[in-house]
Design a protein around this ligand. Structure first.
Ligand code: ADP
Ligand code: MG
Length: 316
């Protein structure tokens, strides 16, 4: 009977601990980057790309509805090959701190590490692709966003990363005066002393944002990000109007040449010097910058430092 009484007493204490003290408060030095699945309440899907799916959750450990909104990215399909790249994407974002780069918050791990979700800050206005068509942004505003993208990219390049997927769909909007680069799914590290990264895998590549040497030789460099920035700038200046999207415009130009692979025709077209058209209200100086970003010779393209100065001057 004594044993039974002790057991009941123990159970009571145990219950007491569980009901009053949330596990997050038992240890004073809990890791704030560890997110527990049971406290994540799904709100809505934010967006989907080729590999990932991003969902808005409320992280509410106190279960009082006062938690924090977070964006959670997970892989669409889990398989070993992607998982390797997926863990790299998480590691890269974790190592980046800049006001124009989306902030890493932590991870949510399940099934002994077999499933990992990336937790980042939630940017309420979505991507530039969601945001721009709904507003009527003036030119100065567009150039401010362009400069902020350059600032984030300049930082990324200073850490020797090439983004490889710079596009309006991958730029997120915090509020009317702040944008941040998101999606580091294709980002690669360029070792000191080397100038490009050669990619093997292909298939679902954003070819209409790719520089000519990426299409021809799969060579990705800091200068090929500049080309993609030029395309992103074009998207901003067309306010992400669907009818003027880079794929639509290139397909229009490609109409005559049919029967070949898209990439083959695209290369021919670019080799002939054809480029995306100048957006309607684009100032002459910006048109020149865009064309410089699309120089066939990568060494003739500007770098982000130069572009930041240019945008600064243009916005005065
Ligand atoms: P993928 O690697 O599959 O392209 P992304 O990281 O680009 O995935 O996210 C897909 C979409 O989800 C984005 O284009 C954007 O619309 C939305 N999104 C991504 N991250 C956030 C965030 N932190 N806040 C709000 N929306 C986001
Ligand atoms: Mg994306």
């Amino acid at each position: 009977r004594k044993v039974l009484r002790e057991l009941i007493e123990l159970m009571r204490k145990d219950l007491f601990i569980h009901s009053v003290t949330p596990p997050s408060e038992i240890s004073p030095n809990t890791d704030p980057t560890v997110f527990h699945k049971r406290y994540l309440k799904m709100l809505r899907v934010l967006g989907e790309g080729h590999f990932g799916k991003v969902t808005l959750y409320l992280y509410d450990p106190n279960n009082d509805g006062k938690g924090e909104k977070v964006a959670v990215k997970s892989l669409k399909q889990e398989n070993d090959k992607v998982s390797d790249g997926w863990m790299k994407e998480i590691e890269i974002l974790k190592s980046l701190y800049h006001s124009n780069i989306v902030k890493y918050k932590g991870c949510c791990t399940e099934l002994a590490g077999q499933v990992v979700q990336l937790i980042m800050e939630y940017l309420p206005l979505g991507s530039l692709k969601d945001y721009l068509p709904k507003r009527n942004l003036g030119m100065a505003h567009c150039l401010m966003f362009a400069q902020q993208i350059c600032q984030g990219m300049n930082y990324l390049h200073s850490k020797r990363y090439v983004h490889r997927d710079l596009a309006a769909r991958n730029v997120l909007v915090e509020n009317d005066s702040l944008v941040k680069i998101g999606d580091f799914g294709l980002t690669k590290y360029i070792p000191e002393g080397e100038i490009y990264y050669r990619v093997r895998e292909d298939g679902d590549s954003p070819v209409f944002w790719y520089a000519i040497e990426c299409l021809k030789e799969s060579k990705f460099s800091f200068s090929s990000d500049i080309w993609s920035f030029g395309v992103t700038l074009y998207e901003i200046l067309t306010r992400c109007d669907r009818r003027q999207s880079p794929p639509d415009k290139f397909f229009e130009m490609m109409k005559e040449a049919q029967g070949q692979m898209t990439v083959v025709i695209l290369i021919k077209l670019l080799d002939q010097g054809l480029r995306l058209p100048c957006p309607k209200d684009c100032p002459h100086e910006v048109k020149i910058l865009m064309e410089q970003c699309w120089s066939a010779d990568p060494s003739k393209r500007p770098d982000f430092e130069f572009l930041i100065k240019k945008f600064q001057a243009l916005r005065q």
